[in-house]
Design a protein around this ligand. Sequence first.
Ligand code: 2P0
Length: 341
Amino acid sequence: MGPRVTRRHVVQQILRGRSKEPVREQGIGRAPVNIALCKYWGKRDAELNLPRNSSLSVTLPGMEVEMRVEVSGEGRDEVVLEDNRLPQDEAAFQRVVEYLDLFRGAKGLRFRVESRSAVPPAAGLASSAAAFAALVRALDALFGWELTPRELSILARLGSGSACRSIFQGAVVWQAGRRRDGMDSFARPLNIVWPEFRMGLVLISTAEKAVGSRPGMNHTVETSPLYSRWPAVAEQDLQRMLAALEGRDMGALGGLAESNALCMHATMIAARPPLLYWEPKTVSAMKRVWAMRQEGRRVYFTIDAGPNLKLIYPVEEARVVREVFGEVREFAPLTESASCS
Ligand code: 2P0
């Protein structure tokens, strides 16, 4: 075992020979929200956000975060979300500032970061992955680094694991990698075009969750007797999902995504004390999906670290999905324009 690799080492390695000074007044970056079909749950390195398993996601067209970053005129960091300045004691402020610490250079630059989101708070979607991916793109523009997508993905991962997937569009794989410095742990786009693929949001609640994903996954790894099975299950699910995507096989893909999500939740429910993100309405919605399948409908779901469902179905089922669930917010993540980066 050599010395521990820090985020700072990784940043130094990627930015070696690149500008330490802004080359323009302001950098702007945008990135979409992503929803995992094969979930990231558990880290092998918390400092670098290195996962124990590879994962697969689709991005939601239109659900983007935009970040603008410039050198602060006030000599201290400012983080402004939708025109609201975050107080310094807020956890989100500190997380951004700790990330900016990696990019201050010898002059100790201070930054003003402004974020605008096309993700309505009422959509029940976590936008932190999109936010860190957009922030990396904004820094790349400000400093004129011209990093490759792979380098952007690695830097985004240092902010939030799932952010490395939001550097790309459409169906995206994040390969876990094996290296201790994480240089082989980044996302890549699959460029799958599948215009019939739909994802629909079933909103159960937008209340802030009691346990965030980060402490939730750490608690699961540390205490759940079922967790040890998870990485191998996820790797196998991923290989099967890739084949299902290649074959445009909705039944196989939807079924695998659903059982992958349930398996992830099973590891959390078995944690001590248990971690349950579902509400009673989550379970009723799951049962409605299963009843639809009994009737031959090709409708499946996935659930993240929260109570809301994301339905997966082919466009032919859109009408019956609306009949059963009312107006769901629907996305076509794999059309040609939405899926090619
Ligand atoms: C995912 N989640 O694959 C899984 C499914 C939640 C459930 O990635 O600590 O916010 O910043 O690396 O990326 C949420 O975890 O965690 C997540 P950090 P992150 O989408």
